[in-house]
Design a protein around this ligand. Structure first.
Ligand SMILES: NC(=O)C1=CN([C@@H]2O[C@H](COP(=O)(O)OP(=O)(O)OC[C@H]3O[C@@H](n4cnc5c(N)ncnc54)[C@H](O)[C@@H]3O)[C@@H](O)[C@H]2O)C=CC1
Ligand SMILES: C[N+](C)(C)CC(=O)CC(=O)[O-]
Length: 465
């Protein structure tokens, strides 16, 4: 598929990365002379961080092209993503130009305009939707998907499927309202924060600590209502509201007021922000943000929870087919940031994880994936494993593991793994594991069912030296 990106700033660059790293071609139109440089900078961050979310390889990257004319960028595109500045007249002009040159559906990244506002005077309003993403677009799954009464329903369904295919979480917004759902919430917090700074009651750094040390962590995995349900104790949500509801009418919030953004207030905020974070460049801050997000999202993925469930589902869709050659390519992935230690390389303990994951892959291949174990109660236990470390490897490096079945028969399955750097084939480590087939009803070893034994026998043949 080819996607056209109109406007290649912070958000357009993030969209370009999402499409490219999922294997789609991307054509960019942005008249700014430094647009290509800015997009390449976003892409560099995305190429490093996005693959670390997954424990399988991503598809080969799509082709990126830059165009001097919008008409050329949208040529042959199956999707047009508009990400020009948040000005309604500019968006109208761009939409008109796109629709003159292309019949593709158009998603707008607008943070606040409704699809009806965007469609005013459009040649084909039915093809316009809002697809509002979150920065960084290449890591955060949420996209608010909004239609208007005249939007083609099939287009909305198609957009949802397309966005899921990019590993995103399209949230269908039922009502067209300014700023959709998420930005309404963000604006409320932002407004309170501005008052706190303006009135000298808190600094920018203190406000950030109040968020990231406490409720920000709760929000990341449970949101607002589920969190408050628990805060009501055993009596639950009704008790919580009875206790804290009255406070909504007390002066706990300044939500109805907006502080005037005077030069003084802007200078105070900018000065405090410099003192808080000025020692790091924007690129360095982006890297800190991306590494933190990768760590949090991987943690959630391991538990199959919240945004981590979206990444897990995308990973399952990306999983490569079973190879039929003499050795099995049991892993093809990137070293994630949370696997490295103070020496700057992958920690020794993670090699065990690599070979354990490689074995899991083989177990799935012979017909005993976790889902089958849950059904049959028949599984495998590892009774011995060894690792030989040959060469260090760093965060972000792609590696592959090739696995052979070196012994298989009766209750035994012995696997030999070779882990290599994908780029140049350097041998990074070797591992061996002996697994025994176990019946979970007795928790004792038992021969595997005939079809599993046959699958092992076949792999023994192709894995034989
Ligand atoms: N920055 C953010 O945190 C988020 C922004 N958005 C939305 O995304 C859209 C873009 O915002 P940003 O990327 O932050 O802005 P930006 O200022 O970083 O990028 C806008 C880009 O559009 C280009 N541009 C200007 N006129 C153009 C035209 N006629 N045709 C093509 N390109 C043109 C500019 O050269 C610039 O590179 C806005 O609608 C904004 O509300 C959505 C989610 C988050
Ligand atoms: C500040 N903002 C309104 C542009 C923010 C967004 O639209 C979403 C985000 O990424 O925070």
């Amino acid at each position: 598929m080819k996607a056209a990106i109109i406007g290649g700033g912070v958000i357009g660059g993030g969209w370009a990365a999402r499409f490219l790293l999922n294997g789609h071609d991307v054509a960019v139109y942005d008249p700014a002379p430094d647009a290509a440089r800015r997009i390449e900078a976003v892409l560099a961050g995305a190429r490093r961080a996005f693959p670390m979310l997954y424990d399988v390889a991503l598809p080969p990257e799509g082709r990126l092209s830059f165009h001097d004319r919008l008409e050329d960028a949208v040529q042959g595109a199956a999707w047009v993503q508009e990400s020009v500045p948040e000005q309604l007249d500019l968006k109208h002009r761009v939409i008109a130009q796109v629709q003159e040159a292309s019949a593709a559906p158009l998603g707008s990244s607008t943070s606040g305009f409704t699809p009806s506002e965007l469609s005013q005077s459009a040649a084909d309003p039915a093809r316009i939707v809002v697809t509002h993403p979150f920065n960084p677009v290449y890591l955060l799954p949420l996209v608010e998907l909004v239609g208007h009464p005249g939007t083609d329903a099939a287009l909305l369904d198609g957009a949802e499927t397309m966005l899921r295919g990019l590993g995103m979480y399209p949230l269908r917004i039922r009502a067209e309202i300014p700023a959709h759902i998420a930005d309404r919430l963000l604006e409320a917090v932002w407004r309170e924060a501005l008052w706190l700074v303006r009135d000298g009651q808190a600094t920018t750094a203190e406000i950030d600590e109040a968020i990231r040390m406490g409720f920000g962590l709760r929000w990341a995995q449970m949101g607002l209502f589920e969190t408050y349900r628990i805060a009501g104790g055993e009596a639950g949500m009704a008790h919580f509201i009875a206790q804290f509801g009255p406070a909504l009418a007390w002066p706990w919030t300044r939500l109805t007021d907006v502080p005037e953004l005077t030069d003084d207030l802007i200078a105070t905020i900018a000065g405090q922000s410099d003192a808080q974070s000025g020692q790091l460049s924007i690129r360095e801050l982006e890297r800190v943000r991306d590494d933190n997000l990768v760590g949090i999202l991987r943690g959630l993925k391991a538990r199959g929870q919240a945004a981590g469930a979206v990444i897990g589902a995308h990973e399952a869709a990306l999983a490569p087919p079973l190879p039929s050659g003499p050795v099995m390519r049991s892993q093809d992935r990137i070293v994630p940031i949370d696997w490295t230690d103070y020496n700057g390389h992958m920690n020794e303990g993670r090699y065990g994880q690599v070979f354990s994951d490689a074995s899991e892959w083989v177990l799935a291949a012979i017909g005993t994936p976790p889902a089958a174990v849950a059904e049959t109660g028949l599984t495998w236990f590892t009774v011995s494993s060894s690792v030989e470390y040959r060469h260090e490897t760093m965060a972000g490096e792609r590696f592959v593991v090739d696995t052979r079945v070196v012994e298989g028969g009766g209750k035994k399955l012995r696997l030999a793994h070779e882990m290599r750097r994908a780029e140049d084939g350097t041998l990074l480590a070797e591992g061996q594991q002996l697994l025994l087939h176990v019946d979970l009803s007795t928790r004792r070893s038992s021969p595997p069912p005939a079809e599993v034994a046959a699958a092992i026998e076949a792999l023994c043949q192709i894995g034989a030296p």
